[in-house]
Design a protein around this ligand. Structure first.
Ligand code: PHE
Length: 445
């Protein structure tokens, strides 16, 4: 995004929003949450929720941002002056702050793995489980790499996400796809791989629990970057001549594709190599290097792959920081640089306990969760669903129906029936699904 108030090219928005969506959610979180939530049944719920709940809400965020034309809080103020609705924006902005504080911890791990791949730590016969443990439990390197990750994020958002990043997305995202496909082929041809495919694609209905539903819903929101005002913010730079429906559709499919590819790379290998699918956050860090070691020049390819993951992670991080900065500078670009430094550093400091929760502070438990897990739970299982619910009610019921259709439909050539379907999903499907899943899950806490 440039300092000017709109994307520099027509494809800029799609790339940036897709860059925000595709990140650790699809590559890291999706495989391990599928692994701990029974596999295929979770995948199925995730796909359904993405299409019928998350996509409509994402489009509603596009509508709010583009029509309001300002940062998330002020966009609500413009659309509904004097109401309480700007609080949805405020909560979203605060959530982005917290989200980035722990997202950057994992971003730091990925950076650390890039370095690992150059320093000979990724080699055949290495115990990758032990390497992962060592990587995340070391307080100094965790904090250092988290800081480095934040520094890059600050640097880019401070200067405005100019042409460079917009254009880089254009080459790096396809590169990520291609490497994923190569990996999937390698993984699928390992002996015993099919067990992993059925784990991923053959639902076992007995494994369905209300918690699985809430986690799948949370993952659908997380993966599309919704419920935290990030898409409202990005859409505020979007021209009225552009088709937000097509953009939303493309972004959703790209994201589903990357998630499923990640699953197709990980699970066949998990079963073929005798690892456990439910091992949690370490899954990709333990299984992926092992798969690469089975490919000629695997350690170089691993380095390239991890760099692409760093890139995908950074483009998501930019959107989180941009959401906070846009809300504090309130269109006064002169303040951008100073605000980005101050807020970026504050986010880093708030994230330190999360970085330590895999090592020296791993026994600090609140509600039985580590600090990292607690933040993650608050954001993905509580704030995202509740804000998504508010956004669907706001767009579906509070705003004037005709004006929503006119504003959202600007620049779009999709058939009118689709617009009505969208509004229907926002009025009925999304709120009902969110409320049912949420209430069900409250009973188990
Ligand atoms: N969608 C991003 C990912 O999958 C995470 C994200 C969530 C980014 C919310 C911005 C806002 O990695």
């Amino acid at each position: 995004m440039s300092h000017s108030s709109s994307w520099s090219s027509k494809i800029g928005f799609v790339l940036a929003a897709a860059g925000s969506a595709i990140g650790l959610g699809a590559i890291w979180k999706f495989p391990y949450t599928a692994g701990t939530n029974g596999g295929a049944i979770f995948v199925l719920l995730f796909v359904i929720f993405t299409i019928i709940v998350a996509l409509p809400v994402q489009l509603a965020e596009f509508y709010i941002g583009r029509t309001g034309g300002k940062n998330a809080i002020d966009s609500f103020k413009t659309l509904r002056p004097g109401s309480l609705w700007p609080w949805v924006g405020r909560i979203g902005v605060a959530a982005c702050f917290i989200l980035l504080s722990f997202y950057s911890v994992v971003g730091g791990w990925v950076l650390n793995y890039v370095v690992h791949s150059f320093t000979g730590e990724i080699a055949p016969n290495v115990d990758f489980g032990a390497l992962f443990e060592k990587t995340i439990s070391n307080p100094t390197s965790s904090i250092l790499y988290q800081g480095l990750f934040m520094l890059i994020t600050i640097w880019v958002v401070k200067g405005g996400i100019s042409d460079g990043i917009e254009k880089a997305n254009r080459y790096l995202m396809p590169a990520l796809f291609i490497l994923f496909i190569v990996l999937a082929i390698r993984s699928l041809t390992l002996p015993g791989a099919m067990e992993g495919v059925s784990f991923l694609l053959k639902p076992d209905w007995s494994k369905i629990k209300s918690e699985t539903m809430l986690t799948a819903l949370g993952q659908a929101f997380f993966a599309l970057s919704i419920g935290v005002s990030a898409m409202i913010t990005y859409a505020s730079y979007l021209g009225k001549d552009q088709d937000m429906f097509r953009s939303g559709n493309i972004i959703m499919w790209m994201n589903l594709l990357v998630s499923l590819l990640a699953g197709l790379v990980i699970f066949p290998a998990v079963f073929a190599l005798g690892a456990t699918p439910s091992q949690g956050p370490g899954l990709i860090f333990v299984v992926l290097p092992a798969v690469f070691m089975k490919i000629p020049s695997g350690n170089y390819l691993f380095a390239v792959f991890m760099m692409l993951v760093v890139f995908a992670t950074l483009t998501s991080a930019f959107s989180m920081l941009e959401t906070v900065i846009a809300a504090t500078i309130r269109q006064d670009e002169r303040k951008r640089s100073r605000h980005t430094w101050v807020i970026g550093i504050a986010i880093f400091i708030v994230g330190i306990p999360s970085a330590l929760s895999f090592g020296v502070w791993s026994d600090v438990l609140i509600f039985n969760k580590s600090i990292f897990d607690l933040w993650d739970y608050i954001i993905t299982a509580i704030i995202m669903p509740l804000c998504a619910l508010s956004i669907s009610i706001f767009t579906g019921w509070i705003q004037d129906r005709q004006s929503v259709l006119t504003n959202a439909g600007m620049g779009s050539t999709v058939p009118k029936t689709l617009l009505y379907l969208w509004l229907g999903a926002l009025r009925y499907i999304a709120p009902i699904a969110i409320i049912v899943v949420f209430i069900n899950s409250l009973q188990i806490i």
